[in-house]
Design a protein around this ligand. Sequence first.
Ligand code: ZN
Length: 246
Amino acid sequence: MKRLLLLFFCIHFLSLPEKVSAADPVPILIYHSIDEYNGHGSKELFVTPENFEKQMTYLRDHGFTLLTFERWQERKRVHKPIFLTFDDGYKNNLTVFTIFQKLKMDHFSPTGTFFIISDFIGRTNRLSKKDLKMLAQSGVISVQSHTATHPDLTKVDNLDYELKKSKEKIEKITGKAVVALSYPYGSYNNQVVSETKKHYQFGLTTTPGPFSEIGTKNELYLLPRSYIKYSTSLADFVKLVEGNKN
Ligand SMILES: [Zn+2]
């Protein structure tokens, strides 16, 4: 009898499904300009439209699901979730919208998040109110906040203006909720995080790496992001987005 019981337990345990592992890390990418390098500013903050299109084509052809932060919960249900973010609100980010539309297919709906500096809206080389409204209403681009004036948030007195006013201004333009903030220069401290929590559901840093959920208190306000640079080859890109799956 004892032996039978033992046998039963052995069979029972052997037939148990493999232990469910924690969710796979989710890549969050950060871009700035999508344009040919024009000789101004840091070259590494540019990605050429040609390279960007190749990267997006890779994501399309390898089953990725592009998400925005309003759809955060979907990361657990969709195939190969990934978030694309674009900081600083450059006019050349309209190319992102064009390439997304070009690559759109039945099974692939590209989408991304533009982080806008609200006091810079409409300046030369920056997206205008009209652009932002069109982008947000298209449902293709989520327009979110990168503060009002792009300061180092750990060094400003008026956090309310940078966090709350920028959110309100962008919401007024797009008619949609602003739920995410990207910290200029990736700079934050405890006070910045606690103020951000009052107005946003997410805070994005520039700490490299994919997001791995561990359940720590402020993890949604310390989201890591991986830079895609001028010098990033397609092979580098694949390594970043596939993690250790390949
Ligand atoms: Zn920035």
